[in-house]
Design a binder for this molecule. Sequence first.
Ligand SMILES: *[C@@H]1O[C@H](CO)[C@@H](O)[C@H](O)[C@H]1NC(C)=O
Ligand SMILES: *[C@@H]1O[C@H](CO)[C@@H](O)[C@H](O)[C@H]1NC(C)=O
Ligand SMILES: *[C@@H]1O[C@H](CO)[C@@H](O)[C@H](O)[C@H]1NC(C)=O
Ligand SMILES: *[C@@H]1O[C@H](CO)[C@@H](O)[C@H](O)[C@H]1NC(C)=O
Ligand SMILES: *[C@@H]1O[C@H](CO)[C@@H](O)[C@H](O)[C@H]1NC(C)=O
Ligand SMILES: *[C@@H]1O[C@H](CO)[C@@H](O)[C@H](O)[C@H]1NC(C)=O
Ligand SMILES: *[C@@H]1O[C@H](CO)[C@@H](O)[C@H](O)[C@H]1NC(C)=O
Ligand SMILES: *[C@@H]1O[C@H](CO)[C@@H](O)[C@H](O)[C@H]1NC(C)=O
Ligand SMILES: *[C@@H]1O[C@H](CO)[C@@H](O)[C@H](O)[C@H]1NC(C)=O
Ligand SMILES: *[C@@H]1O[C@H](CO)[C@@H](O)[C@H](O)[C@H]1NC(C)=O
Length: 475
Amino acid sequence: MTRSQMMFVLGFLGWVSVIVVDVSARMTPSDSPALPTVEPTFYSNVTIGPTIKVNYTVEISTSGPAVLDSVIVFTARIFIEPNHTLPEGKFNFLWISSTNDSNEHTSGRHTSTLHKAFHHAEAIDYLMTVVVSSVDRPAEILTFSSTVFKLTENLNGNLRVYQDLEYQRSNTSFAIDQPIHFHVNITDHFSKSDTPQYTYFWYNGSDLIRVTDSPHLERNFSEPSILHLQAVASAQFWNVPGDAASPSSRAKPNPDLYLESSIPDKCGSFTEKLHFKESLSNCGINRVDSSTEDQSVKLGDTLVLNITCSGSSPSAVCWNVTTHNSTLNETCRPGGQFTNSTEHRVAVTMGSTGWNTLQIAVYNDISFQVMSQNYYVYDADSVNIPALVLPIVFIVLGGCLLAAGVTYIVRLRRKLHVEVADFDFDPTISVRSTSSWSNFVPAVKHFIQRVRHRAMSTSYEPYSINRPRNLYETL
Ligand SMILES: *[C@@H]1O[C@H](CO)[C@@H](O)[C@H](O)[C@H]1NC(C)=O
Ligand SMILES: *[C@@H]1O[C@H](CO)[C@@H](O)[C@H](O)[C@H]1NC(C)=O
Ligand SMILES: *[C@@H]1O[C@H](CO)[C@@H](O)[C@H](O)[C@H]1NC(C)=O
Ligand SMILES: *[C@@H]1O[C@H](CO)[C@@H](O)[C@H](O)[C@H]1NC(C)=O
Ligand SMILES: *[C@@H]1O[C@H](CO)[C@@H](O)[C@H](O)[C@H]1NC(C)=O
Ligand SMILES: *[C@@H]1O[C@H](CO)[C@@H](O)[C@H](O)[C@H]1NC(C)=O
Ligand SMILES: *[C@@H]1O[C@H](CO)[C@@H](O)[C@H](O)[C@H]1NC(C)=O
Ligand SMILES: *[C@@H]1O[C@H](CO)[C@@H](O)[C@H](O)[C@H]1NC(C)=O
Ligand SMILES: *[C@@H]1O[C@H](CO)[C@@H](O)[C@H](O)[C@H]1NC(C)=O
Ligand SMILES: *[C@@H]1O[C@H](CO)[C@@H](O)[C@H](O)[C@H]1NC(C)=O
């Protein structure tokens, strides 16, 4: 037996023994309980209604996490199962917290709230238990429940960053040369007698940008860069005399009127890493498989375009082809193919003959540009005239037209002579004078029509189609 085979067998045996141990663990008899039972302690003759009889349930919610000394709002709501029916009558709510604070009593209908500030507590998680009984029979507990709430050392809240952008690939990318707003939203609330005075410090990494009294800062960056935004909110507490309490006042309190509070100063820090990018602009399209001015594409051939823009990378491109000359309302959205440049080469195959509109959208992290190009797709198989025939036809046609034009002018001049000579408006003259045209003109028109028809089904650009039409109309 080789060494590796032995290792395999040993590994297999180990695996089997693990399974055996696992199975035997599961087969321990259920009459030996895994958890020790807690002996309930009864203080008095309080009874708990069996849930099967009363079916009351209480739900507790909190406004936490909250900073120490701030006011937390607890809400208890009771209902009856099944169907979450709201009970009639009044109820007593007993609030017991694990902070070693005194218990609180409230009463109300199916919902009751408690506003409570925890002073001299530690910044950890606590338990709040609500015991519900009927007002009529206070000793009979209908239901009870608990919830965890968190007290923190630092202020709680969030930092919001917003900018008016048409498109944003990720919520940390923003555009330069456009106002950007930062807003710190402190979610802790304090009682009226503990009105805090906030000061906000705004940093890029360790560089202080500005100090404000308002939680809002507006900036405008001009260079693509990374901003390690840190907003520090600092709260100072003052003991406000009852009647002068106005938490909205921004002015620093007068130290003569306000006493330093017993609540220590608090602060909270919020950080975001933001990327500032340059919007896409000056996008250009160059055709690679032919000249950029060439609007014709053979059916089945691939149209290759180079698209370049200025602005910040990464960027991506996507496109839509429509058969009508329509402007797309909903432009395409790129997939995951963002590249580290703002240059793209796209290969498009258009499936239907005739005029097609190609809508191209280039995206970067914070902007997009939409361009459209019209292309005429022709089916090479249905064109049977050799490439040289058409120019020759036009040269011949030009010659014919020249000859016809000269003849016409000569005729016209002769006719004018006749009319000047004698003011005779005999219709036969004009009929006669045009009679020699009556055969030639339809023939030319017919010929041009045929040529036009062919030209339409070939690659000719609009102006080359228009040229014969214009001549035709002047005839
Ligand atoms: C408990 O109930 C019994 C009888 O129902 C009564 O004698 C006793 O005083 C009650 N104890 C208290 C603490 O209410
Ligand atoms: C409590 O619920 C159970 C089943 O959910 C139901 O059988 C019982 O009648 C309910 N009791 C009351 C008082 O509604
Ligand atoms: C609970 O709702 C269902 C339908 O939503 C109803 O059929 C049933 O009677 C309701 N039960 C009670 C006890 O209200
Ligand atoms: C972006 O979204 C994430 C998750 O939703 C959030 O944590 C973060 O604060 C947001 N950043 C900004 C700048 O809005
Ligand atoms: C502040 O934050 C809270 C909780 O996230 C949110 O409900 C509230 O809308 C925010 N207020 C502002 C002005 O952003
Ligand atoms: C922020 O600081 C970093 C260096 O820590 C610097 O590279 C960047 O340009 C700064 N951003 C702004 C917007 O000033
Ligand atoms: C497409 O529409 C534009 C303006 O709506 C017009 O200038 C152009 O001539 C049209 N092109 C074609 C091929 O119809
Ligand atoms: C684009 O579509 C939206 C709704 O999808 C509509 O409100 C808007 O007016 C449309 N714009 C144009 C130019 O058709
Ligand atoms: C554009 O193309 C995308 C896929 O590339 C498609 O999901 C979208 O519906 C198209 N939009 C229109 C208006 O044709
Ligand atoms: C794009 O550039 C970034 C930083 O310049 C680099 O970390 C990343 O690897 C590049 N990605 C590709 C696909 O080149």
